[in-house]
Write a protein that binds this ligand. Structure first.
Ligand code: NDP
Length: 515
């Protein structure tokens, strides 16, 4: 009997036993540094001459793994194999697909510390952030398994005398899954298991900075019972094989999460009909954010400052949901900003192998350089209040950075920086705060700290974001609890972890029989 869905609990690292287990798992993963990550195509591991080195961003001299770099030929073979495998896999019952995903969730539970360790070393996540990412991956498996059964069951229709009517949901075909590196297990697992739960086959192209954890996922899914051809794994640079995978005539759907620029390109290429293509491709594209927290005059100012700091600097600000704009009512601006700066200064930054470091490195050298360039822009657009520098040590560490008195419309107020940089903006009144919050191309997350019920209701109506939070941080969406996805240039609002999500991977067939 499958029980009601519940979120996977987080690991309590205050407990000695858990701390020791995590240290041992980190050592075990370190002992395997430099291992090969193959492609998985047509039921076998394929290594290529060219490889992509996955580096530890805390210590870039360490190579976590060398991933195959799939050629266009291999990518083509992957799509063709997945297309052939669809014939059998699409006929699996919903119950059979669900039980595979439940098994995958159990394997992840069993290997929790090891998966955490890979994320700590490959993605630069702190222990707590890595653990939350693995918990979310487990949640996706559990949630979509239940959803597969729901969509596989009888669907309500209006009865009509003299006819027997039925509506069933069918899978689509080959889904090309393209995740980002920032939730390298959770989002990769979410899109992959969403597609598989619905009965589609998958070609997974992992993000280039995090192929090792993606390969763990593929191995776990195979061990759980996903047929060997129903999933194809093609590590390789997006610029080399992305267009081919998206544009392939046998690709039926693309599930993408990443930047606005790449998402728009995926959408455009998917819209072109290739010779031999028989369908209009479906695209889910979840993209960037420029998320804001508004602090009202009567808010709990300490709670607001704490929420801003956690949302802005957790995982180094590299979350699509991260707070990159604090919009503060004029009368509370000084107090909130000084509290935020004090808290930001107290953050310990360093290699995340050590759990004492709350903030770790940003993902790559090029990400670090891009963030540092934005900080330079920010110094001209406002006042640097704290941070602003790279740490003088190996690794891609940037201090938590707060820039005050940024004006609406400034570049650092409009463009996604994707790093530990917070812009503080003054608002005349609550209407003005909402106007500033909504005035970007994005619309992903937002939060309001207020005790004024009328203002909260106004924000409920007018703050145009897919995920809005009141009196709490704007990060940390939970599967099933806060279905996730944004408006405008933040994406197609697919609401991952919600009850509409699997529908995006399905098409409905109505059968009517005269009696
Ligand atoms: P990118 O857009 O750079 O990359 C995302 C994925 O697309 C990667 O796997 C990348 O491969 C691939 N890719 C690159 N070029 C192409 C192409 N031409 N065709 C197909 N795929 C391609 O994003 P990041 O990985 O840097 O992730 C950070 C971004 O993701 C941020 O903007 C963040 O806001 C967003 N994001 C959005 C979320 C949401 O739910 N809205 C959640 C999490 C992140 P490769 O790595 O090889 O270049």
């Amino acid at each position: 009997m499958v029980t009601e869905f519940r979120n996977e609990p987080l690991t309590d690292f205050a407990c000695d036993r858990n701390r020791e287990a995590q240290v041992r798992a980190i050592q075990a993963v370190e002992a395997r540094f430099g291992a090969k990550v193959p492609a998985w195509i047509a039921g076998r591991e394929v290594m290529t001459d060219q490889t992509i080195a996955s580096l530890n961003p805390s210590e870039p001299s360490e190579v976590v793994g060398y991933a195959a770099s799939a050629t266009p030929d291999l990518a083509d073979q992957a799509v063709r194999t997945a297309h052939e495998a669809f014939r059998d896999y699409s006929r699996w019952t919903a119950g059979a697909r669900a039980s595979v995903l439940l098994r995958a969730a159990n394997i992840m539970r069993r290997r929790r510390f090891e998966l955490n360790a890979v994320e700590i070393l490959e993605a630069g996540k702190s222990w707590v952030e890595a653990d939350a990412d693995v918990a979310e991956a487990i949640d996706f498996c559990e949630f979509y398994a239940r959803e597969a059964e729901r969509y596989g069951g009888p669907q309500p229709l209006t009865p009509l005398p003299g006819e027997r009517n039925e509506l069933t949901y069918l899978p689509l075909g080959v889904v090309v899954v393209v995740p980002p590196w920032n939730f390298p297990l959770a989002i990769t697992a979410g899109m992959t298991t969403g597609a598989l739960a619905a009965g589609n086959t998958v070609v997974l192209k992992p993000a280039s900075p995090t192929p090792v954890i993606a390969w763990y996922l593929v191995q776990i899914l195979l061990e759980a019972g996903v047929p060997e051809n129903a999933i194809q794994f093609v590590p390789g640079s997006g610029s080399a094989i992305g267009d081919l995978l998206v544009g392939h005539p046998l690709t039926r759907m693309i599930a993408f999460t990443g930047s606005k620029e790449v998402g728009l390109r995926v959408n455009e290429i998917a819209a072109r009909v290739a010779p031999g293509q028989k369908w209009i491709k479906r695209v889910i594209a979840e993209m960037g954010g420029k998320d804001a927290i508004i602090v009202d005059e009567d808010a709990d100012l300490e709670a607001a400052a704490a929420g801003i700091v956690t949302s802005a600097f957790g995982f180094q600000g590299q979350k699509c949901s991260a707070c990159s704009r604090a919009i503060l009512l004029d009368s509370v601006y000084e107090r909130v900003v000084s509290d935020v700066v004090e808290r930001a200064r107290a953050i310990q930054v360093g290699p995340v192998k050590d759990p004492a470091n709350w903030m770790g490195p940003v993902i790559t050298e090029s990400a670090m350089n891009s963030i540092l360039r934005y900080i330079e822009v920010g110094k001209g657009e406002g006042t640097l209040l704290c941070g602003g520098r790279r740490l003088e040590r190996p690794g891609y560490f940037i201090e938590p950075t707060v820039i005050g008195d940024v004006r609406p419309g400034a570049r650092i107020e409009q463009e996604e920086i994707f790093g530990p940089v917070l812009a503080c903006i003054r608002a005349r009144d609550f209407d003005h705060a909402l106007e500033i919050a909504n005035d970007t191309d994005y619309g992903l997350t937002g939060a309001v700290y207020s005790r004024n019920r009328a203002h909260l209701e106004q924000a409920r109506r007018d703050f145009f974001v897919g995920n809005l939070y009141f009196n709490r941080k704007c990060t940390g969406a939970l599967v099933g609890v806060h279905p996730f996805g944004g408006f405008n240039m933040s994406g197609t609002d697919s609401k991952a972890g919600g009850r509409d999500y699997l529908l995006l991977f399905l098409q409905a067939k109505s059968v009517s029989e005269a009696l």
